[in-house]
Design a protein around this ligand. Structure first.
Ligand code: DAH
Length: 333
């Protein structure tokens, strides 16, 4: 019994001294395992009288219970110390400033296109779209551009190989024809989209560009409606103090036709006019070719280059900037 007393206090001291979970487990094996002194004492029980055996059994159980209590307590301490240490090493420093990922945004051309459409949608127009690979019927014929008319050559048309009479549309005007052949007046649409011409690239030309086409057809539409509409548009896009002027021009699909300039005031006090679009009264030939009665209805149409508007609005000097995808340029808008 005295040995057991001694063993127990040694074992419990060893438990208290164990400073890792592994060390604690070694203490358990040494103090209570098969090769421990405790096990050796237990093995002598067979040689004892029943009373002695009972007393020794109770004493050994008391040892095991006391050991278990001390062991559990120590294991709890070591486990929470280990957890604390792990949390400490894995600690996140929430005060470190994050790396800034700038948010993306629509390309300048998309922004300007949306602004332009917003102006017209605000006046009650609907948005209509058509295909970029277009048949000659819509791109030319229904728009009064005859087969051998110089305008057909001047447009530097890109033809689609392997198809009869399919072109990359040279303007968004074919969408006018698509709308008029499927809808009766009153019509008020704007038609945004890409257009293509076999132009050499320079500061003001790109073989791929984009336009917003406008078309209004109803009873009693006059050139005054066209002028008022374009003035309102110009003031919304370029500033409330702008004026516009219409210069006589020619397009096969409008009669009369005009080129429209918007006024500007330069920083150095210089002022003048900048061309922004082509427009006119829809030619009666176009109305009737598209199935609309020119005796009853009249209309106006216009075509605006989106790149041109973007360049004028934001002082972009070279159209290539709009297509180069240079992040330093794009980040300005
Ligand atoms: N389609 C012409 C072009 O690309 C622009 C244009 C001019 C469109 C007059 C129109 C218009 O609707 O009436 O050069």
């Amino acid at each position: 019994m005295k040995d057991i007393e001694q063993l127990q206090s040694e074992a419990i001291a060893a438990v208290a001294a164990a400073d890792t979970l592994d060390a604690l487990d070694e203490v358990r094996v040494r103090a209570t395992g098969k090769k421990s002194e405790l096990a050796a004492i237990q093995a002598t029980m067979r040689e004892l009288t029943p009373d002695e055996r009972k007393a020794l059994g109770q004493r050994l159980n008391a040892f095991r219970e006391a050991f278990q209590v001390a062991f559990d307590e120590r294991r709890g301490q070591l486990a929470s110390a280990a957890l604390r240490a792990r949390l400490e090493t894995e600690r996140l420093d929430l005060t470190v400033p994050p790396r800034r990922v700038p948010p993306g945004r629509p390309h300048l051309l998309t922004q300007v296109e949306h602004e332009m459409l917003d102006v017209f949608v605000g006046m009650g127009y609907q948005v209509a779209e058509g295909p970029e690979a277009e048949s000659g019927t819509y791109n030319f014929d229904l728009l009064n551009i005859e087969k051998h008319h110089p305008a057909r050559q001047e447009m530097d048309t890109i033809y689609v190989d392997g198809f009869d009479d399919v072109v990359l549309r040279t303007h968004t005007s074919p969408v006018q024809a698509r709308v008029m052949t499927t809808q009766q007046p009153p019509i008020a649409v704007v038609c945004p989209g890409r257009t293509y011409r076999a132009d050499a690239v320079d500061a003001t030309h790109s073989p791929v560009f984009s336009q917003v086409e406008g078309l209004v057809v109803a009873e009693g539409i006059t050139m005054a409606d066209l002028r008022g509409t374009l003035l309102a548009f110009s003031r919304r896009m370029f500033g409330a103090d702008r004026e516009i002027r219409l210069r006589p021009s020619f397009f096969p699909f409008t009669e009369p036709s005009a080129e429209v300039d918007v006024s500007f005031e330069g920083a150095a006090g210089n002022h003048g006019w900048l061309e922004i679009l082509g427009a006119g009264m829809v030619d009666p030939n176009v109305l009737s070719a598209c199935g609309i009665d020119p005796e009853r209805y009249s209309g106006f149409a216009f075509g605006i280059g989106i790149e041109r508007v973007a360049m004028l609005r934001h002082q972009v000097r070279d159209i290539r900037e709009l297509f180069d995808a240079d992040a330093r340029f794009l980040a300005r808008f």
